[in-house]
Design a protein. Sequence first.
Length: 317
Amino acid sequence: MAEEYSVALTDVVKRFHLEVLFAATDYESIRLTVADVARPGLQLAGYFDHFEPMRLQVIGNVEESYLQKLTATERAMIFDRFFSYKCPALLVARNMEPLPECMEMAKRHNVTLLRSQEATSTIVSTIIAYLTGVLAPCITRHGVMMEIYGEGVLLLGESGMGKSEAAIELVKRGHRLVADDAVEIRKTSESTLVATAPEVVRNFVELRGIGIINVAQLFGAGAVRREVDIDLVVNIVPWNQNESYDRLGIESQYMEIMGNKIPMNTIPITPGRNLAVILEVAAMNNRQRKMGYNPGLDFTNQLSMRMEQEAGDRLPL
């Protein structure tokens, strides 16, 4: 059975500075489980087919204008039926005063009533974006997450391979740390994985022989980033002379994480290799590939053209 992710309604209220007009008796325990927000225009008109009461409901200027044209009795009947579905909460946008029938029925059915000063479209879009992130499926991987030239690069490999040392070198070269040792990965869409650090270890890096350092305190706030999309996975492995490694990079390698295929490079490490520089090149090369340029393929095409030209020059006249 798939794990169900949720967020407390109280967290949403605090994050978006919402006003609690009426708190239901279960207000502190209400949790949102759907990464979407609904505007119940059809429901207020009496159509409840396919209604999803698990969503946070939002009333804006359009719904308010429609309700104002109804009689008090009609509004009472509509809100009586609407709140009987027990939605998590009803949010009134634009700092509008809720209708008396709305407040009365919210209390009767014990449904939380909230208010926002923001415009309806603004508060709806920001809440949806927030819920999409916090309710996304999440896993934790051992590794280091960096932003290099705007590319989100996930470094994987066994302990002691120098990932944290490379991260510090990259920070000194102007790149940004997202996470060290533990990387939380959230699947926010079918094509996007977002990486961040667990709150307790955010901005901290462990360097063997030195201990724990705070990158934000040591190098400044510009040296860290809270989250980033994963664009490339770099698997760091010890050099093995019996292994054959890709020397041209014509064919793309991928790693599947939570059902998403992410471009991957496998980089063998020997003493003396500058891992930070290699990672910078890997990030820039990945960006070129996304723009449609494959240097390995370009090289083999030029080599083939040169060989054909030389073969033609050797033909007898």
